[in-house]
Design a protein around this ligand. Structure first.
Ligand SMILES: [Zn+2]
Length: 455
């Protein structure tokens, strides 16, 4: 951020007031009229049988395709081109006749997707930060936002979190000026019951201030980016900091929870993090259950899993039933997953996802053109590595940026190089570079693989 905003020039006490005022507005947006009944209905649907749930989803497919066809230029033209009628699409499977929609197509002509049925006064503007710097602006409705929060609260409540629980929030919002050198690196949103920790001040020495504040306030719920919790965990383990309590819930969002982050968080705080998967576009949502499985929220959007360039790995493509302002049919979210063929013992119907494999771009390209993903597993047991990022300079050559813990030694580097050689072969040039911290995206997210040739 190059220019100081009005907010950033305020003293801390007024910044807290501003966070609370904004929190009041956010509360209304998310939890105003209709939210309670949506939440109640969403929770009722948890006990539907499998066939009932899929019938409910297919009914939404029919209504939504009709809506897209009747009220948006893009789908009216598309159906004309392929000689289809809205009535041809009556199940999720029947959507396969339609082409998959990429983010770039949506960005190129956003107005073509806006529904004429939703007047300008009923539209609200949403933004996604985007991991490559190209954010997306999207119209939605207040009802759609409330429905999405009803699905998220269904999941949080399922794990015992009630609305009104104080939450230590670690996200991408710039609540503290980047020029501020000393604590407090957090602000408080009283109506939203959030302590908003800055995601942009988390250098190792400052993390102690974060931990001391957590020990003082003892919030039972921590929510936010797993990369932030992993930094806190690494610092706690490194310095032997005594937090004095275990948070009851650590829930992660926005970034994929990687295996090494999960184990660091568990060993530092004694709390197994819970993961859910969702996005502003509302094209897919998965919620972790008490058994640890990720369940597709079949009632919320029409999720399809399409083969990717890597065997056994599927692209997430979804239809966003809830957003009547910008209907998207078969939207490629840009993430890839590994599917599970087991039925979860919790008994919830619908499909389950074995693991979210991150962004589709989170792979390394070898000199022979093949792609290797899931490299985050290399770091799973490397407790002396605080953070890592892979930078691909050209096909067949990578640089691994590593933030070392104090106990990192020559053997760790040997192990690291060995693990990379095992997965990428002798032909791939692997350089290790040690850095004091890793850069974040504009939204404060940490990307695991950055392709420098593609930027
Ligand atoms: Zn389950």
């Amino acid at each position: 951020m190059t220019r100081m905003s009005v907010y950033q020039r305020l003293p801390v006490v007024l910044q807290n007031a501003a966070c609370s005022a904004y929190g009041q507005y956010v509360n209304w947006t998310r939890y105003g009229r209709g939210f309670r009944s949506q939440l109640h209905e969403a929770e009722q649907r948890l006990v539907m049988s499998g066939p009932e749930l899929l019938a409910f989803r297919d009914r939404r497919v029919r209504q939504f395709v009709q809506h897209a066809f009747d009220t948006t230029p893009f789908y009216r033209d598309l159906f004309g081109k392929i000689g289809a009628e809205a009535g041809d699409f009556d199940t999720l499977a029947s959507l396969h006749r339609l082409p998959v929609l990429n983010k770039s197509e949506l960005q190129a002509q956003p107005d073509a997707f806006v529904s004429s049925a939703i007047g300008a006064s009923r539209r609200i503007a949403l933004h996604t930060s985007g991991t490559t710097g190209t954010g997306l602006h999207l119209h939605s409705t207040i009802e759609a936002v409330r429905e999405q929060y009803s699905i998220w609260w269904r999941y949080w409540r399922h794990h015992g979190i009630q609305q009104g629980e104080w939450c230590a929030y670690f996200g991408g919002r710039s609540v503290v000026s980047i020029d501020q050198q000393g604590p407090p690196f957090w602000r408080v949103n009283i109506p939203g019951r959030q302590i908003l920790f800055s995601g942009y001040h988390a250098s190792p020495d400052r993390l102690d201030a974060y931990l001391i504040e957590l020990r003082r306030r003892r919030p039972l719920w921590w929510h936010g980016y797993p990369s932030q919790f992993a930094l806190l965990a690494a610092r706690t383990i490194e310095t032997g900091f005594d937090l004095g309590y275990s948070p009851r819930w650590i829930t992660t969002a926005s970034e994929n929870l990687m295996p090494q982050q999960r184990s660091a968080i568990l060993s530092a705080f004694g709390t197994m993090p819970l993961q859910h998967y969702g996005m502003t576009e509302a094209a897919a949502n998965f919620s972790q259950c008490e058994c640890g499985s990720l369940h597709v929220d079949e009632d919320f959007s029409g999720v399809e899993f399409l083969p990717s360039s890597r065997p056994g790995v599927f692209k997430v493509v979804g239809t966003n039933f809830s957003n009547l302002a910008t209907p998207l049919l078969r939207y490629d979210v840009g993430d890839v997953v590994v599917l599970s063929d087991r039925t979860c013992s919790c008994g919830r119907p619908g499909r389950t996802v074995e693991s979210i494999d991150g962004r589709n771009e989170d792979y390394v390209l070898l000199a022979n053109g093949s792609r290797v993903g899931r490299l985050d597993h290399i770091f799973k047991d490397m407790t002396n590595v605080h953070e890592a990022q892979i930078r691909q300079t050209s096909p067949g050559a990578i640089t691994v940026l590593v933030v070392r813990g104090s106990r990192f030694g020559p053997r760790d580097e040997e192990n690291l190089l060995l693990e990379f050689r095992n997965r990428l072969g002798e032909q791939t040039a692997v350089n290790v570079e040690y850095v004091s911290s890793l850069g974040r995206t504009r939204g404060g997210k940490l990307r695991f693989v950055v392709s420098e040739s593609a930027q």
